[in-house]
Design a protein around this ligand. Structure first.
Ligand code: HEM
Length: 243
């Protein structure tokens, strides 16, 4: 804050933007001053939210992807083939990552079966009707992402099976008009980091596939459990073979 006052240390990153809003719009922190910008507490809360919302979610997406590609070696080979065709052994670039079709299908299917955020909740602010439901003010509605993602009426008898080909023509074709795939939430509060998360996950998976073949260790026990996020309860023991 001190360094920002004379115009130093302002950079084009998230923290600077938050700090700028805080410093420029609320020059003095008096409890009676008109509230225009973020308070320091709000800046800290935003930073915490970004860390919490962005770190663990993408980490568990990557873990489940490694597990699924270990269980389904055919998809691991297809993904590696695509990555090597696109980048060779070079560092993946943004343009190429955006054009990975197989890897994207795999990530969507992992997000469908193992959504890092299992459910989202909303508090009803005033009495309202939602379809046939009457919701009184004050109740909390729980939207179980994982149940919609594995509903056999929507996804078919094989809803619980790993079949990335469901997404071969994109999300809208796979869900055919129903809102039955929302790993990043939906509506005005949809995840602000979803594009970043997908690029980050593609980058990590592509770099692993370029270097390693991998399989599950016999010690791995499949036991998804929720500790805030959906995680493998006993860890993910994966054996890597350098290529
Ligand atoms: C696989 C990765 C991710 C998943 C599955 C995920 C999932 C979600 C979901 C379901 C919500 C909506 C919560 C609600 O409606 O109550 C959300 C919100 C949010 N996410 Fe993510 N997220 C991921 C990655 C990220 C990343 C990488 C960032 C930041 C860099 C991020 C930042 C946020 C923020 C700030 C919100 C709150 C948005 C708001 O309330 O307006 N997320 N995320």
């Amino acid at each position: 804050m001190e360094a920002m006052k004379p115009g130093e240390a302002v950079q084009d990153d998230l923290l600077s933007i938050l700090m700028e809003s805080c410093y420029e719009k609320v020059p003095k922190y008096q409890s009676n001053s008109r509230y225009l910008g973020l308070t320091i507490k709000e800046v800290i809360d935003e930073c915490r939210l970004f860390y919490f919302a962005g770190q663990e979610t993408t980490a568990v997406l990557l873990i489940w992807t490694m597990i699924m590609l270990s269980k389904h070696q055919d998809w691991q080979s297809r993904a590696r083939e695509e990555v090597l065709k696109t980048f060779g052994k070079n560092k993946p670039d943004f343009h190429g990552l955006n054009h990975l079709k197989i890897v994207t299908m795999i990530l969507y299917e992992v997000l469908r079966l193992y959504p890092p955020v299992l459910a989202i909740t909303r508090r009803v602010s005033s009495d309202m009707k939602l379809g046939k439901l009457s919701l009184p003010a004050g109740v909390t509605v729980n939207l179980a992402i994982v149940l919609a993602h594995q509903d056999e009426k929507i996804w078919g008898d094989d809803a619980k099976e790993f079949k990335p080909e469901r997404f071969s023509e994109g999300i809208s074709k796979a869900i055919e008009g129903s809102i039955s795939f929302f790993p990043f939430g939906w509506g005005p509060r949809i995840c602000i980091g979803q594009n970043f998360a997908m690029i980050e996950a593609k980058m990590a998976i592509a770099m692993i596939l370029q270097r390693f073949a991998f399989e599950l260790s016999p010690t791995y026990a499949h036991a998804p459990v929720t500790f805030l996020m959906l995680q493998p309860q006993f860890g993910a023991q994966v054996i890597l073979h350098r290529l």
